[in-house]
Write a protein that binds this ligand. Structure first.
Ligand SMILES: Cc1ncc(COP(=O)(O)O)c(C=O)c1O
Length: 377
């Protein structure tokens, strides 16, 4: 006999399965590890999805309210939204015909996996899963190059893995789930070299959490390197994960090939409200600075506490920390959820089990650290 909560969960999963939704639901919430149905509840600390706990900019909130009157219109009929690509272009110092706006960068990553579905894709092992997993589902060969022992992209090995069949090279910088970075100069020369052979895509989802000069974007390469693409999101520093806005920047010659593919598959996928919010948030430097600063303080607190507790971790440059739990015999994230109501991710890799915790508010990280003391890993 199933207990009530398991029974409810089983019923929910069964009905999702009946609707054909269970797979996407499970994979959606669990890019790197734990497969778990998460129901909202009291006392849960959600440190599982690298979300920004500080909420959207007040200017974005107002923009959403103001846009509700235009919710009946397609976005091409709303005058203020027609300049969104131009606003993004102006902000990043590129032309509007160098920008594709997608429903979160996840949609952009899937689009790129679908577009480059011949030959092979070169990426790291481990890395953020949407692009390589989509490619694999489409039957595209994915060459996964192990990270170095410091859990950093092995650029020389990745370059060596590129062959005449390679169509796309995917690098996430800062990297997920490891929270490491590549130095600008090294990544630049890699891009310039690799772009002679295939399209190089740099995923800069977390770049806004970095200090200068580490947050050197590869956007600066695009004009001279038509094979370099950068993908960004409003989900992280802008705290808009639920609003689904991302974008791809590239050379106009490549963007003009991708754009028709995108519009055929998901024309106008981003809502008017989301676009209005993104437009308002784009230039709200104060709100971004607040998020960055609070994240930095909570991250420093967490890393200092982990050091004091003698818990090993990879030094983080982002809004999450990756740490080994190799001696933990159970499913770490599953137990953290069941026993401590903390949502994080864990996964078993070739070198053992690792966990990833997102940086929440300072209070949440205090609760997380005091739990860490009681969990032997
Ligand atoms: C590296 C990286 N890229 C892209 C995404 C997708 O984010 P979104 O689809 O919300 O823009 C994520 C989400 O966590 C991520 O970690």
């Amino acid at each position: 006999m199933l207990e009530n909560s398991s029974r409810r969960q089983w019923l929910k999963q069964t009905s999702l399965a009946t609707l054909g939704l269970s797979f996407s639901f499970r994979s959606m919430g669990n890019e790197e590890g734990l497969v778990k149905f998460i129901s909202p509840g009291k006392g849960l600390i959600n440190l599982g999805a690298n979300e920004n706990p500080y909420g959207i900019s007040p200017k974005a909130k107002q923009a959403i309210l103001d846009m509700t009157g235009e919710a009946n219109r397609y976005q091409f009929n709303v005058a203020s939204l027609q300049s969104f690509r131009k606003s993004l272009g102006d902000y990043y110092k590129v032309n509007e015909n160098q920008v594709i706006v997608t429903a979160g960068s996840g949609e952009g990553l899937a689009l790129l996996a679908r577009h480059f579905n011949k030959g092979n894709v070169v990426t790291a092992d481990i890395t953020f899963g949407i692009l390589p997993n989509t490619a694999k589902r489409l039957g595209t060969k994915v060459i996964e190059v192990p990270l170095t022992k410091e859990k950093v992209h092995d650029l020389p090995a990745m370059l060596a893995a590129v062959n005449s069949e390679t169509k796309l090279i995917y690098i996430c910088n800062p990297a997920n789930p490891t929270a490491t970075i590549l130095k600008g100069a090294a990544l630049k020369s890699f891009c310039e070299e690799a772009a002679k052979k295939a399209v190089v895509l740099i995923d800069e989802a977390y770049t806004d959490f970095l200090d200068n000069p580490e947050n050197e974007s590869m956007i600066s390469l695009i004009d001279k390197n038509p094979n370099v693409l950068v993908i960004r999101t409003f989900s992280k520093i802008h705290a808009m994960a639920g609003l689904r806005v991302g974008f791809i920047i590239g050379h106009s010659s490549l963007i003009s090939k991708l754009q028709p593919d995108y519009f055929q598959s998901s024309q106008f996928a981003v809502s008017n409200l989301s676009l209005a919010a993104a437009m308002a948030s784009l230039t709200d430097e104060q709100h971004k600075a607040m998020s960055k600063q609070k994240n930095e303080a909570a991250r420093k607190y967490t890393m200092d506490e982990m050091k004091k507790l003698g818990i090993d971790f990879i030094p983080s440059y982002t809004n999450f920390i990756f740490y080994p739990v190799k001696k933990y015999s159970g499913e770490y994230a599953s137990d953290m959820f069941d026993k401590h109501k903390i949502i994080l991710r864990s996964n078993k890799y070739a070198d053992g089990q690792w966990a990833r915790v997102s940086i929440g508010t300072l209070e949440e990280m205090k609760a997380f650290c005091s739990t860490l003391k009681s969990v032997a890993a």
